[in-house]
Design a protein around this ligand. Sequence first.
Ligand SMILES: [Zn+2]
Length: 617
Amino acid sequence: MDLRATAEAAPAPHLRDRSDIPDRFKWNLAHIFSDWGGWQEAYDALETKIAAYAALQGTLNQGADRLLATMKLSDEIGQLTYKVWYFASLKYDEDQRDNQINAKRQQVQILFAKASQASAWFNPELLAIPLPTIQKWMIENNELALYRFALEDLYRQQEHVLDDKGEHLLSLSSRFSSSPNDGYSALSTADVCYPTVRLPSGAEVTLTYGQYRAILATHRSQPDRATAFTEFHELYAANVNTYASLYHAVLQRDWFHSQARDYRTTLDAALHGNNIPPAVVENLIETTKAGTEPLRRYHRLRKRVLGLDTYHVYDTTIPLVDFDHKYAYDHVLAWLPASVEPLGRDYQAQMREALGGAWIDVYENPGKRSGAYSAPVYGVHPYMLLNYNDTLDAVFTLAHEMGHSMHTLLSNAHQPFVYSAYTIFVAEVPSTLSEALFLEYMLARATDEREKIVLLQHTIDGIVSTFYTQVMFADYELQAHRLVEGDRPVTADGLGDIYFNLLKAYHGDAIDYDDLSRVTWARIPHFFSTPYYVYQYATCFASSAQLMKQLTTGSEADRAKAIERYLTLLKSGGSDHPMTLLQRAGVDLSKPEPVRAVVDQLDDLVTQLETAINHLA
Ligand SMILES: [Zn+2]
């Protein structure tokens, strides 16, 4: 999971065939199954268990034993599913040109659909039994008590479930609920005609989104960046009324579902699943808006260092200095465990094991999936896919994915299966914290001012894109949804005003504004595909910033307690609601402190950047 899509990474000098890459740079999937024969056996066993689960329908009200048997079988299916799915899926990602493996992967997806049909009876049948009865069973049966949180949470969610007739009616609407986003994808991707333009410096480019970002990140000529910005945004301006109609449909759909299920607002409806109070999002937005000064300072500093007379949104990503140091993978392997020293020896030892155990697929090869991820293969260990290319981005990506993997490792080791998976609401805490610790380590070892500047810019840009921008997006979504909640019209002009005013509220006089920025909202796919989702990146970031503060400052005794609390968070998996887990770790997202920790962190980083730049001059 990473919002920070890197602008077209430079191609590796020579793309090696997979068979030419030494084994120690490849993951070993034999830890899951020794071969496809083993996989097929597990697949068949899974199919049998799914059929057995379907056969349990109608038995729950016979008592605690029946419910326990169902829960246990569900766990067995879940555990086997991880192995069967990931063996095929990870193999496929090694070389996505392999049709046979792709077919096996699809075979698992078909089985998943069967599994969900085979278990559809469970929730209604459970919820027909009064909660006090279930609670009495859990008192009498210790093994069943393990499932308390999972079961009680289903009853909590039931509050907004309608009667059969109502649910049936809503289910009929599900097919056209996805229409606005389908329309958006068609308009912005399938039917789009990317313009080929000649840049002022002479180069001719076809402006895809990747190209657009690459120009902003690599072209030192401001007129080139300006041209790319104008041409790319004209694409959206040309269809802005259609985009506005599609977004209006998204907003009306959300408001329809919220009202149908008796939620006060669309935000309430979106947060209910994870039991997050709406005040968390409101507080996030308010406190961030009050903390934009370090962001503005950063942009003013950039304008000065880049020697620009005017400074625009398209000038915000170009590197401040040229520095193309290569980071050999073997060096990074030694640095990573050293960087997590504040988390203790056990944590370091576990990380060394992860780094040396053939869990990581390091280099690119023809057909390999792009990007990076950590795959939580329950019952085995996490696997990590990288496309490591010796750049600083690649180094931080490894630190990031390592954070996810350590979370998986600790959660799986300390939780029963039912609570081993963690929610997205906490998932990005360990990954960003892992990056923050790594930055501290790298800054301490850097002797070259240019390297320091690059490290600081990398980190600051990360805070801007995963925190400030995401909060601004959350603010936008909230204001847009409030239009329909308040029976106000939704037009392209109105949406443009919201976006433009937010841009100004965050950046003040630190940037020069272009009218075309009014259409930027139309090119953010998250607004159309997953409303009220991106704020979670910001809350994770804020939690991680506050934890980082607690882990690295204060008395030794305070730090020791903070480490204990943090490791407890990682070991807790999904055993409670995310807000509760974070509160136990010392982070209260309903209070302004976590957000202020990000603001302070950014302020400090900008000061460090200023100093490093002054040293260079
Ligand atoms: Zn992530």
